[in-house]
Structure formats: C-alpha cells, structure tokens
Design a protein around this ligand. Structure first.
Ligand code: ATP
Length: 425
C-alpha cells in the first residue's frame, strides 16, 4: 500500500519505529532507513528523542490524544539540507478499532526554506510555519484568498506562493495595484479598451483580466478600490465576464482571484466604505500575515538571507549588531529589515558589520524603553511615539524617513495623519 503513495511516506509503530517506507521517502533523506530499527525522529530530525521531547509538537501524540488524523509543519533534515514539510499523520486501526500504527505522508514545501535559499520565503518561527500550512492548503484549491497584514509583511510574496503551489502555476500571475486607480483607468486597465473609445485611445489594448486567462489575478490593496468600482468588480467575480471599454462583445476570462489589504476590511465594511457582498466574495479564505515583531525568531535567518543575496555577500553582522536588529520593532516589517541590512552592509568598511554601521534611529527604540519600564503600551502607541521622535529629529526628509522605515511616503503620511502628528518641515 505504501508504494502506491506518490509523496514520501512511512508507516510507524506506536514506539516511533519505521515499519515500512516508500521510495520517494528514501530519496529525500540522507539517513538510510533500516526497517524495524530506525525511528522517525532520528531520520527526519537527526534527533535521538521524539519531537515532543525536543520542544516541537509530535503529530503521533496528537493522533493518540484525539484518535484522529493530525497535521503539522516541521523543519526536516533532508538530503539537500533543512527543508520545510507539511506532514499529515493518520492513525491505522485493526478490525477491533485498536490503533496499530501511523501513516506519515510528507510534502516538501518547495516555495519556502528554513535556510537562506534564493527566491524562497525564508523563516523558521512557529507563526511562519503556521502561515506556510495555510498557503499550501489554500493554494491548491480555487478558493478566493484575502491576505491581510501590515505593510512589508510579505503579502505579495505569499500571493505568488499561492499561485506557485496551484495547478495554475505555469499560467500567468497578474498583479493589479488598486491604489490610486480612477474609475476610467480601472476599467481600461482591467478590461482593456477598443481603439477610439476615448480621447487618446489610438490603439486597442488588452486588459489585465484577459492577460490573466488560465492563471491568477492578485488585487493588491483591494481596500483602496472606490465604492462605485466595487460593484463592477463584484460582477466580474460573480460571472467571470466583462466588456472592454468601447466594446460591445462580452468576454470571459478564467482566472483565480487573490487579494490583499493592509487595512482591516471588516472595519471598512462596518464603516460603509467596503461592500459587504464583495467582502464575502473575496474573503473565502482570509489569511492574516504576522508582523515581524510576532516572528522575531526569523530575524537572524532573514538578515543572513538578505546579506547573502546582496552585493555584500561576504559580510557578517557582529553579535552585538544582530542583537540590536532583534530588539528593534519594525513598522515597515520585512521590507524595513531588508533595507536596514543592505544599508548597514554598504556602510561597513570591514567584513564585520558593527553597531556603528546601523542607523541611529534603530538604536533608540521606544519599545525597548517600554519593555524595561513598568507600564506596557499598545503597538499603536509605540508607533505614534516612535514616529513623533523620528519626526522631531528632523534628520530626514519625509521621503528618506519613509524609505528608512520601509514604507511608502503615502503610507507615512497616512500614519502621521492617523496619529495626528504635526510635520514641521
Ligand atoms: N519570508 C520571507 N523571506 C524572504 N523575503 C521576504 C519574506 N517575506 C517578505 N520578504 C521580502 O520583503 C519585502 C516585502 O514583501 P512584500 O512586498 O511581499 O510585502 P507586502 O506585505 O506586499 O508589502 P505592501 O503592503 O507594502 O505592499 C520583499 O522584498 C519580499 O521579497
């Protein structure tokens, strides 16, 4: 039976000993499996003890407790190094209903890595692994995924990963940036236009929806689509049909729909700024991306990754400098970390990047002050305090400050307005 499974699979007795293995499993692990002797944890984790004695959750234990299948995303030691696997464990019972063992089926998540591998989503923290499981499960279906998270948390990267794990992976992945689109631009960008349909339309133009036929469309910042255009978007999503601007014929496009917003769309629905029917159409599977502060365990690996793939590959952060990077709270999340790493690497004269090479503003971090103080603040208050201090240094123009924080100048303006801060320059 195990040989009919095309993914790596093993059958394990309750004492963790591998009793059967298929070829795909043997192909991905460097440790040879000795049937009736090797234990699952010694092959996949190179560990002498089961996962739950090593600070990780053990899906066998979850199966025993619930009597049902269990799943987990773990980092495994594969033939090519550390890979991330989505694991499903199924209890196997005899005719009397007694569990005689467990069938473990693995899927290597090729779009992600727990090592500094180019063009992959990297990380190893629990919130990151939980995110990968959602990507892997939702990606394979046709469900409309709504990605929500702060700026720079990797929403676009996740959208691409959702496309890459889907059956549409060899078809186009089309990104539609919704911020700043006027009604006429929205229609002609999305649906295309016929020659002569408006002043300046000297040629007919294919729309993005047509280009995405067979593939995936990703609407970035969907919360910025004005209300009157939301109706048209809803109609498109319900019928998958549209008309080009100035055209008479109805056209059809077969696309998978993904969207993202840094805004809380349900709040916009409650305020009447986003249509409720559209929200439920696009939020078939909502995914909330963790901020970098919620996945501090990934900062060292991400730092390494950004250095390795920069022009300063040979440089390394000193322990002290790395600690400063780990302490800082990142309003611009991963994008801000990437910028900081690249800037510090360029400033460092030696191969070791020290605290002196880091920008001053990250050395004085209001959250650090709060953590050592007695009274905790909300993240909103911390952001407001931090922006206030940064603006008061008057050391940067707004464009420079936005770049340092890893956000757009537009986002910085919005935050300044939100916190009612004044700009004196
Ligand atoms: N897990 C990760 N591993 C490596 N790089 C990452 C990861 N997550 C994000 N990045 C990088 O961080 C940067 C920001 O990511 P991305 O543009 O996807 O964020 P976003 O949430 O879409 O931002 P915004 O809301 O501002 O559009 C990109 O350079 C991206 O490649």
């Amino acid at each position: 039976m195990i040989n009919s499974i095309d993914k790596p699979a093993i059958f394990i007795s309750p004492d963790y000993v591998i009793q059967a293995v298929n070829q795909p499993y043997q192909d991905v692990y460097s440790t040879k499996v000795d049937i009736g002797v090797s234990r699952c944890h010694s092959v996949s984790h190179k560990s002498a003890v089961p996962c739950d004695q090593n600070g990780e959750s053990c899906p066998i234990q979850s199966c025993i407790q619930s009597g049902r299948s269990a799943s987990v995303v773990h980092i495994h030691q594969m033939e090519n190094g550390k890979d991330i696997c989505d694991i499903v464990m199924k209890p196997i019972k005899d005719e009397d209903g007694i569990t005689i063992g467990f069938l473990e089926i693995l899927e290597d998540l090729k779009f992600a890595s727990a090592q500094s591998q180019k063009d992959k989503m990297v990380g190893e923290s629990e919130p990151f692994l939980a995110l990968l499981k959602k990507i892997n499960r939702a990606g394979k279906s046709e469900i409309a995924v709504l990605l929500q998270g702060q700026t720079g948390t990797g929403k676009e990267l996740v959208a691409k990963a959702l496309h890459d794990v889907s059956p549409r992976k060899d078809e186009p992945f089309v990104v539609i940036e919704c911020t700043g689109l006027t009604e006429s631009l929205f229609e002609s960008e999305l649906f295309g236009h016929e020659k002569g349909s408006f002043t300046g339309a000297t040629h007919s133009k294919q729309g993005l929806i047509e280009l995405a036929n067979g593939g995936t469309v990703f609407f970035d910042e969907i919360g910025d689509v004005p209300l009157n255009m939301q109706v048209k978007l809803l109609r498109l999503l319900e019928t998958r049909t549209y008309r080009t601007v100035g055209g008479l014929k109805q056209k059809t496009s077969n696309f998978r729909f993904l969207s993202a917003s840094h805004k809380n769309l349900l709040e916009l629905v409650n305020k009447g700024e986003f249509r409720q029917d559209l929200y439920y159409r696009i939020a078939g599977f909502p995914i909330f991306l963790p901020s970098l502060s919620e996945r501090k365990g990934d900062i060292a690996l991400l730092t390494q990754y950004f250095l390795n793939h920069s022009q300063s590959q040979q440089k390394r952060f000193s322990l002290e400098a790395l600690n400063v990077l780990k302490q800082y709270t990142y309003p611009g999340n991963i994008r801000e970390l990437k910028n900081l790493v690249e800037q510090a690497a360029l400033l460092a004269d030696e191969d070791e990047i020290t605290v002196e090479d880091l920008p001053e503003h990250i050395l004085f971090n209001p959250l650090n002050e709060e953590v050592s103080g007695s009274k905790a603040k909300t993240l909103e208050q911390v952001e407001a305090d931090y922006l206030y201090k940064m603006l008061n240094t008057q050391a940067y123009t707004l464009d420079e400050l936005a770049e340092l924080l890893g956000v757009s100048t537009r986002t910085l303006y919005r935050k300044i307005e939100k916190h009612k801060l004044s700009i004196d320059y």
